[in-house]
Design a protein around this ligand. Structure first.
Ligand code: CAA
Length: 335
């Protein structure tokens, strides 16, 4: 057990199950900033301990696992999201946006927590895929309009407004958006930053920024256009009209429409299916698919070919091919 005092609070982290709890006699976290600082301080301490342990016992790997679980087990302290690790092999992380009263409007605090959680799961070797979801009424109703109301041009430029949102698109592991209810403005853009979108059959997608006198700021005019084509994207962005789940599936924005109460189960199953493969090869494959959005066909094909060649240098490719020939399930080690 490590005990840490911080800003009039005192917390303990268990090195057995890595739970973070207020120490007996102390209250819960005062605010998110304190929580984040705490998690960072503890990660730093754990890193320090790991370094010392590695110097003394170079063959012992357990302290490294402590760090990764520490990073991703800080669930209890979130204010705007909930996190959980699930699936039969406990290899699928579920992040739930949790501001129900504001229909999961994406305030700064929420986006910071989301980035922190994604970074932690990105580094956690036990996690193969991440599911991002909201409530039954709203995946997310967009950027927090009340928070952005006082924005000025110079503040947006100097504060690099919306720059914090890009962690989702930067995450190397596959992210599945499980969208029930509204995915509007930044909410639709957030879903599009994920790799696969599953939608509940009452989901609604839209880019209504135009009605606020602004325009999309994190991909609504770019990712949407690449996915659904110019005419549909133009119609959605210029009118602010929403499309329903069925239409979103028809235009290729979502890959499957599912009854709302089954949505999360199906998204987790999808994560588990991806998790049966080599995490290493999945990562390469995700990067190759994403390259299709960034480059010409010729360049993209060259990139894909080189990645294909590179897979033959991995232990997992040798194992996958051998397992097929020997008619047995492959045992991947992500190497
Ligand atoms: N920001 C802040 N608060 C929001 C919000 C948002 N984007 N969307 C909803 N809320 C709040 C409402 O203000 C309301 O709060 P109060 O109870 O305190 O008044 C609560 O959530 C419930 O909302 P409604 O009463 O409006 O619920 P409804 O069922 O009648 O309507 C809705 C649902 C159609 C989604 C409607 O809330 C709505 O149109 N929301 C705004 C959608 C929008 O314009 N999104 C784009 C934001 S800008 C953006 O995202 C820019 C970018 O590119 C990053």
């Amino acid at each position: 057990m490590i005990r840490i005092s911080f800003d009039n609070s005192c917390f303990e982290i268990s090195l057995v199950n890595h739970h973070l709890l207020p120490a007996p006699g102390f209250q819960r976290f005062a605010d998110t900033k304190v929580k984040l600082k705490l998690v960072q301080s503890m990660a730093n301490i754990a890193r320090l301990l790991t370094k010392r342990a590695q110097d003394q016992f170079p063959n012992v790997v357990y302290p490294l696992q402590v760090i990764t679980r520490l990073n991703s087990s800080s669930n209890k302290s979130w204010e705007f999201i909930k996190t959980e690790v699930t699936g039969e092999k406990k290899n699928v992380a579920v992040i739930t946006l949790n501001r129900p009263k504001a229909l999961n409007a994406l305030c700064n605090g929420l986006m910071k927590e989301l980035s922190t959680a994604l970074k932690a799961y990105g580094k956690d070797a036990n996690i193969s895929a991440i599911v991002l979801t909201g409530s039954e009424k709203a995946f997310a109703a967009g950027a927090d309009i009340k928070e952005m109301a006082p924005n000025t041009y110079s503040q947006c430029i100097q504060g690099n407004f919306l720059n914090d949102w890009t962690e989702v698109a930067r995450t190397q592991k596959p992210i599945i958006a499980a969208v029930n209810g509204y995915a509007l403005g930044g909410g639709c853009e957030l879903a599009m930053m994920c790799d696969i979108i599953y939608a509940g059959d009452k989901a609604k997608f839209g880019q209504p920024e135009i009605a606020l006198g602004t325009i999309p700021g994190v991909g609504g005019t770019q990712r949407l256009t690449r996915v659904v084509g110019r005419s549909k994207a133009m119609e959605m962005c210029l009118t602010g009209n929403m499309i329903n789940a069925q239409e979103a599936e028809k235009v290729g924005l979502v890959s499957k429409v599912i009854p709302p109460d089954q949505l999360l189960v199906e998204a987790v199953k999808l994560g588990e299916k991806i998790g049966t493969h080599s995490n290493l090869i999945v990562q390469l494959c995700k990067e190759a698919v994403n390259t299709a959005f960034e480059t010409t066909l010729e360049e993209g094909l060259k990139y894909e070919r080189r990645f294909n060649h590179a897979t033959f240098s991995t232990i997992d490719c040798k194992e996958g091919v051998k397992a097929f020939i020997e008619k047995r399930p492959a045992k991947f080690i992500n190497e």
